[in-house]
Design a protein around this ligand. Structure first.
Ligand SMILES: O=c1ccn([C@H]2C[C@H](O)[C@@H](COP(=O)(O)OP(=O)(O)OP(=O)(O)O)O2)c(=O)[nH]1
Length: 161
């Protein structure tokens, strides 16, 4: 998947939010924590780890929206560290349970926050790609959901969120 269109959209949104909210300090770690929170929210919607409950996962649309919230912050972290020249979504087959995928993704985010290098950034993308595949999302669905949420984020800022 071509990521350049998404990086461009994310840069505009980030600038808009920073201006709107008068942000002048470095928000790399805030965005890092936001990504970890979004990952947990996504896991929560899939309910993949809730062996104690008979209740099923949320609907696909809700899960996809949570997923692209993560993609927003993942793009944004790359922009913060000038790693936004990534052309294609790095892909690697990682067939594990969703629970294991979430744990690995969490660890890879932590690692990237400690050491924001290109290989570790690509590693986070690979784990997110594996989660997306496991959830049955196509690249087209992800891009469309990203575009929709990006617009919603502008609307929320405009309405004084
Ligand atoms: O610099 C930023 C800050 C935020 N966002 C986006 C990412 C995500 O799509 C949304 C924040 O997530 P969410 O919609 O879950 O926000 P929230 O404040 O946690 O929502 P709620 O209060 O509804 O739980 O804002 C960015 O793209 N760039």
């Amino acid at each position: 998947m071509q990521l350049q269109q998404l990086f461009t959209m994310q840069k505009s949104l980030d600038s808009y939010i920073q201006k709107e909210k008068n942000v002048s300090h470095d928000v790399f770690f805030e965005k890092g924590l936001a990504l970890l929170v979004e990952l947990a929210e996504l896991a929560n919607e899939t309910r993949c780890f809730k062996f104690w409950s008979a209740k099923g996962p949320s609907d696909k649309e809700t899960i996809l929206e949570e997923y692209v919230d993560s993609i927003h912050f993942l793009l944004s972290l790359g922009i913060e560290k000038q790693l936004d020249d990534l052309e294609n979504w790095p892909v690697e087959d990682r067939e594990e349970s969703l629970t294991q995928l979430f744990l690995h993704t969490h660890a890879s985010i932590q690692h990237f926050l400690e050491e924001p290098s290109k290989p570790l950034y690509e590693e986070v993308w690979k784990w997110y790609g594996a989660i997306g595949t496991s959830l049955g999302f196509t690249h087209q669905q992800i891009v469309q959901a990203y575009i929709d949420k990006n617009e919603k984020n502008y609307e929320r800022q405009r309405s004084g969120y």
